[in-house]
Design a protein. Structure first.
Length: 415
């Protein structure tokens, strides 16, 4: 038997529905339902409208009523489309070394960087990895993030990458948020590997890809296309195989040097992430494609480097998502809303462009069609902030936690 629930009235509901996937947005385009309510049926949205209208419909459905007594602004559950929250250890020393003047690549060559986390993650038990993911996912949920992409990439062997992906799958069963797993076995060539990049990628694709399919551990394949990791030429056969097996492709692209965004466009990737080094050529290439450009301001803040050219990407006509890149090295903070607000200030993004980047455009970066906007038939994932004006949410730069978070029709956070 279907269960109907009415929740409201909200001072404002930002549905984010009907907006374009690509290009610049003005705040005047923002669809707002004033004094609105939402009727949920089980895990999905049944109807949205003004509260008197929706209340009359709810009465006819014998719906349970959750009455909102304080000022709240409701918007879709936030989506973090790029994280590395499954890991062991800490990289606090790396942070100190960077601030003393050493570069990311210098730290990596000296034994820090990704390899340090690989060493600690390999030492970690599956249960400790699960607990780490759950703790970070729960913190994200308390901040209104209801869907979280989670990468492997700190195992860098067949056995250890599978350990990470199985830990992510088990954590997903225990989390109230949705975890979207991505295989990032092509993060770098492990230092203890005997062969070269081509040998490593062949072993990974031959050994891991079939298991990902069989155990349904991931539908997404990622690679770090960058100096010191994998070149556009070396990653080609790997992505060819991934595409042939039906995996979605995403690329760590143009972080320190260009080349990755071209790979993303060539392979019709769902997203190209980072893009701090992207020039006019790469911006135009992405804008003419269907690849979602994902900015990662947390990495820019953690490394003290330029932000992705978000304004130029939008003005060129690209789809822009914004994600946290939460990881133990370059982006340890993990506060998506704070980072998105700061990116907006530095890149001169409108409020709607920022909110689109962490809702429906982030959903597109994960190839998810069932969330990111609030409309009939989609998941009842939403978050509500204690204000009567949506502009306060970004104005407070992440310091206004939500009063209410709903995940698949259930209130999972209430304050």
């Amino acid at each position: 038997m279907k269960k109907y629930t009415l929740i409201g009235p909200f001072k404002q509901i930002l549905t984010m529905a009907g907006l374009p996937l690509k290009g610049a947005l003005s705040d005047e385009q923002l669809p707002i339902v004033e004094n609105g309510g939402i009727i949920m049926v089980d895990e999905k949205i049944h109807a949205i409208g003004t509260y008197p209208q929706i209340q009359a419909e709810a009465n006819g459905l014998n719906a349970e009523n959750i009455h909102i007594k304080t000022n709240m602004v409701c918007l879709p559950g936030l989506i973090d489309a790029h994280t590395h929250i499954c890991f062991g250890g800490s990289r606090a020393k790396d942070y100190a070394h960077r601030n003393s003047g050493k570069t990311y690549l210098e730290i990596a060559k000296a034994g820090g960087g990704i390899w340090n986390t690989v060493t600690e993650t390999r030492k970690a038990t599956t249960s400790s990895l699960i607990e780490g993911v759950k703790t970070r996912a729960d913190r994200h949920l308390a901040h209104g993030v209801t869907t979280i992409e989670v990468k492997s990439g700190y195992g860098l062997s067949v056995q250890e990458e599978l350990k990470m992906l199985r830990a992510i799958a088990l954590a997903n069963e225990q989390c109230q948020s949705d975890l979207i797993p991505t295989c990032l076995a092509a993060h770098m060539v492990p230092k203890d590997y005997k062969g070269g990049p081509d040998d490593y990628l062949l072993e990974i694709s031959t050994s891991i890809f079939p298991i990902l399919k069989k155990e349904q551990l991931a539908k997404r394949i990622d690679a770090f296309v960058e100096e010191g990791a994998f070149s556009p030429a070396s990653i080609a056969a790997y992505f060819d195989k991934a595409k042939a097996m039906g995996f979605d492709i995403t690329v760590h692209a143009d972080q320190f040097s260009t080349g990755g965004s071209g790979v993303a466009v060539k392979y019709k990737a769902v997203s190209a992430d980072h893009l701090e080094a992207s020039s006019k050529k790469e911006i135009q290439l992405l804008a003419k494609s269907n690849v979602v450009a994902t900015a990662l301001p947390g990495a820019s803040m953690g490394l003290g480097c330029n932000y992705a050219p978000a304004r130029r990407l939008l003005d060129a006509g690209a789809a822009l998502a914004i994600a946290s890149d939460w990881n133990p090295g370059s982006a340890p903070m993990g506060n998506l809303l704070l980072q998105a607000a700061v990116l907006g200030a530095f890149e001169k993004l409108t409020n709607i462009e920022v909110l689109a980047g962490i809702t429906y455009r982030a959903a597109a970066a994960l190839n998810l069609q069932d969330r990111g906007t609030l409309k009939t038939g989609l998941l009842a994932d939403f978050t509500a902030f204690p204000t009567n004006d949506y502009q306060e949410i970004l104005y407070q730069q992440g310091m206004m936690p939500p009063s209410l978070v709903c995940k698949k029709g259930k209130l999972v956070v209430t304050i």
